[in-house]
Design a protein around this ligand. Structure first.
Ligand code: C2E
Ligand code: SIN
Ligand code: SIN
Ligand code: FE
Ligand code: FE
Length: 412
């Protein structure tokens, strides 16, 4: 009974925490981490529903994580399976039912589903027991599937999932589904805001801002781990950054299409106009009070500053965008901010943004090879970028590739 009480308390506290989280990717990470703790299992995945298919969206695997150097992320690629009776995850989603499987490779022949070894093949892993739970929202919609793999006993041996824990895990999954749906909504609203304003070609907008948000969150997490930032503070900031970084270029709504979509190099005058986008963006968050607004403003205004002070817009007055008194240079522009005068969030997004600009096709340029991009970033360490953050970015190169795959541009 004590165990049940503790479990219930835990699940309720988690529900509270999840309600506050704003970002989908972060939420999936949290949901899987906590579900795995509740059930004590080695691995797990989250599938998201997309029409009549399940998309393998997120995974954790302790055994394989341990084989990697600290701080490295598991590489994985997305795959899809139909929502039907033929696979375990598909069946759970199709019938909105939880399946507790003792041994994936020894399923009863009379069952309609067979084990799909895609995950094992992809991860080089052996699945034994498996608990598969639909993620159902209050309106009854199944927005995905939570799959927990290889429950472990006290000795660390694979065992079956405890039937008595199921009500708690089901309840947890329900709360998780509601939080996920809300986070999806936040992101959708942001993406709509951006494409509504036709800041760019709507087909590429979503992918670019999602990538920059995801790269930024990844860089911050690695930085925080190196600096030994406490876990809760790290999670909190990472969640905010994931969203705020997506808004770095909202100021481009104020730039005419003729400049924004010019297929050539900009003239000096056009480039000067372009350079007003950090200020235009920051104005959107100027007199707001929330933590997310403050971070969004710091990123919008600071993402084109440089470590050596040769970036823009520098020390300007937020009331009119003009150089602050005493901060005007002979050419009439404002003195740039140097080093840590630019907040960490903006220094992180500067790297994520340039990395993405160089890696992908733009109206005005072709994509570069990954080696060329990394060489350019390393070359710009200490001049354009914070050297500590560049070192971290190079270290997480594999995780960066995973994100790049996850949010491809339409035309690529
Ligand atoms: P963006 O396309 O998102 O690019 C962000 C940043 O990536 C650029 O900031 C720059 O620091 C870096 N970057 C992009 N392409 C290159 C490149 O070919 N070489 C190098 N070394 N760095 C690159 P920046 O320069 O302040 O530009 C801000 C925005 O202005 C760009 O955002 C883009 O929308 C626009 N822009 C800049 N140059 C051009 C251009 O020649 N033609 C057009 N049409 N737009 C431009
Ligand atoms: C399945 O649910 O049948 C496949 C799940 C997995 O590949 O792990
Ligand atoms: C510039 O730094 O003048 C523009 C770089 C570019 O995006 O081509
Ligand atoms: Fe920008
Ligand atoms: Fe950008």
């Amino acid at each position: 009974m004590d165990r049940e009480k503790a479990m219930l308390k835990r699940v309720i506290a988690l529900g509270q925490m999840m309600t506050e989280m704003k970002d989908t990717d972060m939420l999936m990470e949290r949901i899987l981490t906590e579900a795995r703790k509740l059930s004590n299992c080695d691995a797990g995945s989250i599938y998201r529903s997309e029409g009549k298919e399940l998309l393998f969206s997120y995974t954790q695997n302790d055994t394989q994580q341990k084989a990697l150097p600290p701080g490295k992320k598991l590489p994985y690629s997305a795959f899809r399976m139909p929502i039907d009776e033929n696979s375990i995850a598909g069946f759970a989603a199709f019938h909105n039912t939880t399946l507790n499987v003792a041994d994936a490779y020894n399923l009863d022949q009379s069952l309609p589903y067979t084990f799909n070894p895609a995950y094992d093949l992809l991860m080089g892993y052996h699945t034994g027991s498996m608990l598969t739970i639909p993620l159902q929202t209050t309106s009854g919609k199944v927005i995905g599937v939570l799959q927990l793999i290889n429950a472990l006993d006290a000795a660390g041996e694979i065992t079956v999932f405890n039937q008595e824990d199921l009500p708690f895990i089901d309840f947890f999954a329900n709360t998780a589904a509601v939080a996920l749906e809300r986070a999806d909504m936040t992101r959708l609203i942001i993406l709509r805001m951006i494409s509504m304003a036709e800041m760019r070609d709507p087909t590429e907008t979503g992918a670019h801002v999602n990538r920059v948000g995801a790269y930024a969150a990844e860089i911050y997490e690695a930085w925080a781990s190196k600096r030994e930032i406490p876990e809760t503070e790290m999670q909190h900031n990472k969640d905010l950054l994931r969203v705020a970084a997506m808004l770095h270029d909202v100021g481009k709504v104020g730039i005419a299409d003729a400049i924004l979509k010019k297929p050539d190099k900009l003239t000096e005058e056009e480039y000067d106009t372009m350079k007003t986008h950090p200020y235009i963006g920051a104005c959107l968050f100027r007199d707001s009070a929330s933590e997310l607004d403050t971070m969004s403003m710091e990123i919008a205004i600071g993402h084109h500053e440089r470590w050596d002070g040769r970036g823009y817009p520098g020390y300007i007055d937020m009331a009119d965008g003009k150089p602050l008194p005493g901060k005007m240079l002979p050419d009439g522009k404002a003195l740039g901010k140097t080093g840590e005068e630019t907040p960490l969030w903006a220094r992180i997004v500067a790297i994520a943004d340039v990395y993405d600009a160089l890696s992908t096709r733009r109206y005005y340029k072709e994509p570069w090879t990954q080696d060329d991009v990394f060489d350019e970033l390393k070359r710009s360490s200490g001049s354009h970028f914070d050297p500590e953050l560049i070192e971290i970015f190079v270290f997480i190169r594999d995780a960066v590739q995973v994100i790049r795959q996850k949010y491809p541009d339409r035309q690529d």
